[in-house]
Design a protein around this ligand. Structure first.
Ligand SMILES: Nc1ncnc2c1ncn2[C@@H]1O[C@H](COP(=O)(O)OP(=O)(O)O)[C@@H](O)[C@H]1O
Ligand SMILES: [Mg+2]
Length: 353
């Protein structure tokens, strides 16, 4: 069973969304609907399935429906039509009290503008969700301190948000979200307001935390590089429609339409593709013409950029192995050139970077 299931969600904003629904179901575009009815299509028949422990990134241009989608998951927004299930339970069927409990315990949200209380200290901010849960002061401070340490902010617990940099404030936001130990973390453009270097630090920190915590994370961004770094799966929204869902390498190698192509066209493929994606199977490998005696062995999960220099310099064949050291495939310079070029055809080295 999926941790989060979004089933055929339509969300139409305006005075009479139900009256407009059929028109959207019949295939009218967002522009047509706006022109003819004055209603805005937020989401148009979106279905996704998110597995426990994965990071699902939802990407798209501004206005494509990302925030609308994530707010359906904790039911800050009710769909015009469709259903959302968390742990197999429809959030639409929760009573008011159940919904309050569900938001207190099952998930936390991290916002772009941090959303910290300015008059509360760092530790009070981090402990806030625990306070809402009714935990005693001593216990919540103990848990809050553990989280503050986990995001590298010990020593700052008695400061106020205004005394901290943007990056530090967002660490507080993250610590607060984690303090209640929710199964699900909803992050809406959580790093988008940060400077590039700080942002990349936060991405690294999130990946490190996630490798231990294995939360189910729904992460929203309009930035392709960020999605590729963070996402186990990426869903791409355009004008309320989900146009593609896939692993980072699938999105890069097979963009579904022109919109996705425009996103991926300048991406450095060597940073995204892994050995296992670009290798050829032992059956297909014609090793007669090449010497593999001095070959480099790499694990199948390693990114191409790590062995690319060696292939270019020495024209070596790379042997791809699994954890046990068994050979899974081979990578030759020729095959690599094919995978790294945008068209999928062999061409020049200038496309490597
Ligand atoms: N409360 C609302 N009322 C009317 N239109 C809305 C509302 N919220 C979002 N929209 C519209 O729905 C579409 C999707 O918005 P949003 O989910 O905020 O996009 P994103 O987060 O991808 O930038 C946009 O066209 C936006 O104008
Ligand atoms: Mg948004």
């Amino acid at each position: 069973m999926a941790k989060i299931e979004v089933n055929n969600i339509y969300k139409i904003f305006g005075t009479n969304p139900e009256d407009v629904l059929q028109m959207v179901k019949d295939g009218a575009t967002k522009e047509e609907v706006l022109e003819e009815t004055g209603h805005t299509v937020g989401l148009d028949n979106v279905s996704i399935s998110i597995e426990e422990g994965e990071t699902f990134v939802c990407m798209g241009l501004s206005g494509s429906g990302k925030s609308t989608l994530i707010r359906h998951i904790n039911r800050l927004i009710d769909p015009t039509s469709g259903d959302v299930k968390v742990d197999g339970i429809s959030v639409m069927e929760l009573t008011d009290n159940e919904l309050i409990e569900f938001r207190k315990h099952k998930m936390s949200m991290v916002f772009q503008r941090f959303g910290l209380f300015p008059h509360k200290t760092v530790i009070q901010n981090v402990a806030y969700g625990l306070e809402i849960q009714g935990k005693e002061l001593q216990e919540r401070n103990k848990i809050a301190m553990t989280q503050i340490e986990a995001v590298g902010l010990n020593g700052f617990e008695d400061q106020y948000p205004s005394q901290l940099s943007g990056g530090m404030q967002q660490r507080v936001g993250l610590a607060r979200a984690l303090a209640t130990n929710p199964g699900i973390l909803l992050m809406d453009e959580a790093f988008s307001a940060l400077d590039p270097l700080i942002r990349s630090d936060m991405q690294k920190q999130l990946l490190e935390l996630q490798s231990e915590l294995k939360k189910t994370i729904v992460f929203i961004t309009h930035d392709l590089d960020e999605s590729l770094k963070i996402g186990d799966h990426i869903g791409i929204l355009n004008a309320g429609k989900l146009v593609q869902v896939g692993r980072p390498e699938e999105i890069i190698l097979n963009p579904a339409d022109e919109y996705v192509k425009a996103f991926v066209k300048d991406v450095n493929r060597a940073k995204v593709l892994r050995a296992r994606t670009v290798m050829i199977s032992p059956e297909k490998f014609n090793g007669k013409n090449v010497s593999i005696s001095s070959s480099l062995k790499v694990h199948e999960d390693v990114y191409v950029e790590e062995f690319l220099p060696q292939v270019l310099q020495d024209r070596s064949v790379i042997i791809v192995v699994d954890k046990q050291g068994n050979t899974k495939g081979y990578i030759t310079e020729k095959e690599l050139a094919k995978s790294l070029s945008k068209s999928g055809q062999e061409d020049g080295h200038q496309k490597y970077t």
